[in-house]
Ligand binder design. Structure first.
Ligand SMILES: Cc1ncc(COP(=O)(O)O)c(C=O)c1O
Length: 384
């Protein structure tokens, strides 16, 4: 239908996400899709039956605006168990429609026109558009390869009077790097005495390898006091399509967060919240997720021995990066299309996650797949 309406775009530079693009490419070339981050194995039958039981019991109307109290309580208990911290389920935790909505809402709560927001890059692609929507400017800082660590001197130089927020993500998508305790102490020290808020995207909190400790902001009291801590049940329980997440913040910050949350979505999905709550009341259901994915990572890396794609150690998340610099000097955008067309595997180019499209000749592959898919992928990739 033709329309004479002129919309002055709020996101004039936004493009279709790489995930949609690569899903299309994968379909066109009938390639194995290891691009978008979603598991292809079964969800716990117990969890599914709990969710259906709540639907059958009639919990099909709006959840409380803050989220089902039972789930907030379980989230609070899980942070006590994992990090020995106390969060008040009533005033400091809100259940959201996925981490995406939680992050958007946190940015909307704080960021104003003219503000600067420091974003660690490569960065998951939902941060920059939300910052732009609220008239602020993203100030990117690059992680340094090959370990993908922060240069804290450089970081300190980026903080100005206009900095209203810092966005971090650990374990990190797409590099699979994790922040160490010393990183968090640096961040705490740099923000002490300022009015800067932190969004700590911790959606992969339960997917961390080799005995490393997840350095949640909640473990650092002065950081916790300025942070919106974001989580996602989709990642932990292999249910990315359910879009249930949460935000934790000190009461004063959470009070403002909820003013926006109630107007954006009012409340998240009720029966899923109740099903997840009952499932999570048994910590056995989430404390072994790291082991599960570490085994997948090791299995896949083992299958990939002999490949000319060189792995960059994955310390967490369900992603593995590979350098292809020994194979080709194509740009990473060209390389992923070539890979899908010629070798029938779809991956994500790393440059997509940099605002200046910095090209390190690396691709990201999702290994949250069953063994059969991983064997097939490795067979194809080892032929390059
Ligand atoms: C780093 C990161 N943050 C946030 C999200 C969004 O999580 P959700 O699906 O719960 O909205 C994702 C999903 O891929 C992610 O990788």
């Amino acid at each position: 239908m033709d329309s004479k309406i002129k919309i002055n775009s709020k996101l004039p530079n936004a493009v279709t996400t790489i995930f949609t693009e690569m899903n299309k490419v994968a379909q066109e070339y009938q390639a194995l899709n290891l691009a978008q981050g979603f598991p292809d194995f079964e969800v716990s039958k117990k969890l599914i039956s709990l969710v259906s039981s709540y639907m059958e019991k009639g919990f099909n109307q709006y959840a409380p605006m803050q989220g089902a109290l039972r789930l907030r309580q379980v989230v609070s208990n899980s942070f006590k168990l994992m990090h020995h911290v106390d969060y008040d389920a009533v005033n400091e935790i809100t259940i959201t429609s996925g981490a995406t909505q939680a992050i958007y809402t946190a940015i909307a709560t704080v960021v104003r026109p003219g503000d600067e927001v420091i974003v660690v890059e490569p960065a998951f692609d939902i941060y920059h558009p939300a910052i732009e929507m609220y008239g602020a400017v993203s100030v990117p800082i690059k992680l340094k390869a090959p370990e993908y660590r922060i240069d804290w001197n450089e970081f300190a130089g980026l903080i100005t009077e206009k900095t209203s927020m810092i966005i971090i993500n650990t374990p990190h998508n797409p590099t699979s790097a994790v922040f160490l305790e010393e990183d968090m102490l640096q961040l705490q020290q740099l923000t002490n005495g300022t009015n800067i808020t932190v969004v700590s995207d911790e959606v992969y909190e339960h997917i961390i390898f080799d005995g490393l400790q997840h350095q949640s902001v909640c473990r650092f009291p002065q950081l916790a006091a300025r942070s919106f801590l974001i989580g996602s049940f989709g990642k932990t329980f292999h249910v990315t399509g359910w879009k249930v997440g949460f935000c934790i913040a000190p009461e004063k910050m959470m009070h403002e967060f909820r003013k926006i949350h109630q107007n954006v979505v009012f409340a998240g999905n009720h029966p899923m919240q109740l099903g997840i709550a009952e499932y999570m009341e048994e910590p056995e259901n989430y404390i072994h997720v790291s082991e599960f994915y570490q085994q997948k990572r090791d299995y896949f890396i083992n299958l990939m021995q002999g490949s000319r794609l060189k792995p960059i150690t994955s310390h967490g998340t369900y992603f593995q990066m590979f350098s292809y610099s020994e194979i080709s000097d194509m740009s990473d955008m060209e390389f992923v299309v070539w890979l899908a067309r010629e070798h029938k595997v779809a991956a994500i180019p790393l440059s997509y996650f940099y605002s200046d499209k910095f090209d390190e000749k690396c691709i990201r592959i999702c290994f949250a797949k069953n063994d059969k898919t991983l064997i097939e992928a490795a067979e194809k990739l080892c032929k390059i």
